[in-house]
Design a protein around this ligand. Sequence first.
Ligand code: COA
Ligand code: AMP
Length: 631
Amino acid sequence: MGKYQDIFDRSIKDPQGFWGEVAEAISWEKKWDKVLDDSKAPFYRWFVGGELNTCYNAVDRHVEGGRADQVAIIYDSPVTDQIRKITYRELLDQVSRFAGALKGLGVGKGDTVVVYMPMVPEAVVAMLACARLGAIHSVVFGGFAPNELAIRIDDAKPKVIVSASCGIEVKKVIAYKPLLDKAIELAEKKPQHTVILKRPQAEATLAAGRDHDWDELMSKATPAGCVPVQATDPLYILYTSGTTGMPKGVVRDNGGHAVALRWSMEYIYDVKPGDVYWAASDVGWVVGHSYIVYAPLITGCTTVLFEGKPVGTPDPGAFWRVISEHDVKVLFTAPTAFRAIKRDDPNGDYLKKYDLSGFKYLFLAGERLDPDTYHWAADRLNRPVIDHWWQTETGWPITANCMGIEPFPVKPGSSTKPVPGYNIKILDPEGKELGRNQEGLVAAKLPLPPGTLPTLWQADQRFKESYTDPYPGYYFTSDGGNIDDDGYVFVMGRVDDVINVAGHRLSTGSMEEVIAHHPDVAECAVIGVTDNLKGQLPLGFAVLKAGASTDHGSIQQSLVQMVREQVGAVAAFKKVAIVGRLPKTRSGKILRGTMRKIADGESYKIPSTIDDPAILGEIETALKEVGYGGK
Ligand code: COA
Ligand code: AMP
C-alpha cells in the first residue's frame, strides 16, 4: 500500500487519532478534552475544551522561536511601484498595536469587525489584530458594491469597520470611502466606528466621532496581548454566494482551522517553515484568508501579498518577475490568471526572461482547470502543475495531488484524489452511492475534517438545509462530477445557480434580484455562459412588462448599470437578451440548463417537461442578437 493510501485510510478510520497527532504542531494554551465532538451531528466540533490564540500561532510564537528577523510578508505592489518587506518582529509590533487600537474602540472577544480593504499589508494586520483579541473578522472583497457590503454589515453587525481611502485596479484609483459611506447609509445596523487607512492616491473625508485615521490610532495605541479563545470559538465569518441574494456567512473556528491549515502546507503544498509561498488571490476570498494570511504565517513561511494583476501590471511577465525576485517556491492562483497570461503571451516569451530555479510547484484552484490551460502551463513551466478543488465552506483543499505525501501522475481535467480527511462519494439524485465512472453529485461523508465550516453565522437551520439535509450523513458540495477507476476525482461544475467568473464566486440569484427591480421588467433569469478568459460570464434574460418602453437598447444598458452598481464591477455583467417569455417546465421551473446550452452553442435535447417547445427558437434568436449561440 502506498504512503497516500495509508494516511488517507487512517484519517477516515481513526479521525480522532489522526487529527489529535496533527494538532501537536499548534501551540495550545490548554489542550483539548476531546478531539471530535459528534454528539450534536450534523454540527461537529473539533478540539473541544482546547484553548489557543490564532494570532499567537501566526506571529508571536515565530518571534519567540527564532524567526523574529525573517520576513513574514513581502508586499509587492506594481500598481504603487513599491516593495515592502515586513519581518515577524515588525508584524508583531503592528498587529499588537492595531489590536490595542481596536480595543480602545471597544472591540473585545466575540465582537465582530468588518474589513473592507485593498491588497495592502494593513488588511492582514487588521485580520490578525482581530484574532489577537478573540474578535471575529469578516473581510468583504473590495470589488463588491455598497449594497453587497451593506447586506454583510447587517448580518455581521460589526462594532468597527476597517477600510482604506482607495484600492488601485491596474491604473484606476477606486475611492473606497464613498462606497463605505454609502454602505453604512444603506445598512440598518450602523457600526460605532470606522478606521480608515489613508493612502496617498486618494483623500478620504472622515466623519468626526465615527471615523478614525489608521496612522493616528496606531501612533497612540497601547499594544494588546493575545486573548486565549476556545478552539470552537469563531475566528472569522466569510460571506460567500449562495443561490439567493442573501450570501451565506461561512463560520471558521480557531482550533480546527489552525490544525488543518498547518498540516495542509506540508502535506499538500510541500512547504516548510521558512519557505516563500505566494497565493495570488485577494484577502477578500477564502484563498486569501487561508493561503495569503493564515496557513503561511502559522507555518512560519514568508507570504507574498501582491497588489497587481497577472497582465497589465505592467505586462504578462508579472508573475515570473515576482517568483524570480522573491524566490517563490509555490505559486497558487486561479486558472483564469493563466488564461490571461496565455492570451497576452501565447509563446511564453516573458517566462524566458526570468530565473525561476527556486520555483517548484504551480497550484491552481477556484474553478475548473480546463485541459488546454493545464497543458499550456505544464509545457512551459516544466514543473508540476497541480489542480486542486475546494470551496469557501471547506477552507482548504478537498481533492488534490498531495505533493508532500506521494505525488501521483497528473490526469488533466482531474484534481486527483481526496485529501486525507475527506471521504468523497458520488451520489445519484436520490442519495444512492454511485460506482466508478458514474456522473453524479459530489458529496463527503460526515464528519468533515477540522477547519471546515462548523455552521453558518447565526443560521444553523440554513446550514442544515444547504449542506446536510439534502443527503443525510453527507456534506453536499453542490458540485457535480465522477471518480474514475484509479480513484481520481473529476469535478465538472456547480449543479446550483452559483457561477464562477474569473475565479470569483457569484450568485446569479443576486443579479436576478437586481434586474427584477427595473420598472420595465416582468420576469428575468441570469445564467452562467462559457467564456474563454473568465471561465464563465453572467448572461441575463429579461421579459418586459406590457407597455414597457420599446427602446430595448436603453433598458439593456440600464440593467447592466444596475448590476454594476448594486452587485459590483466584479460580476462582469455586460449582456442581457430581451425575450418574449422564458422557457419553463410545465410546473413553472425555468429551464436554465437548456438556455445555457443554446447560449454556448452546444447541442441540446428538447426537455420532455417543457411547457412549449416553440419558445426555444425565440431564445436562439434573442441570444444571437446579443452575440451568443448559433454555432
Ligand atoms: N476593488 C474594486 N474593483 C475591483 C476589484 C477590487 N478589489 N477587483 C476587481 N474589480 C473590478 C475591476 O476593476 C473590473 O472593473 P471594470 O469592469 O471597470 O474593468 C471588474 O471588477 C472585473 O475585474 P476582474 O474580475 O479582475 O477582471 P479583469 O477583466 O479586470 O481581469 C483577470 C481579468 C483574469 C486578469 C483577473 O480576473 C484576474 O487576475 N484573476 C485572477 C484570479 C483571482 O484572483 N481569483 C481569486 C480567487 S483564487
Ligand atoms: P469558492 O467558494 O469561491 O472557492 O468556489 C468554490 C467553487 O469553485 C466550487 O464549488 C467549484 O464549483 C469551483 N472550483 C473550485 N476549485 C475547482 C477545481 N479545481 N475544479 C473545478 N471546480 C472548482
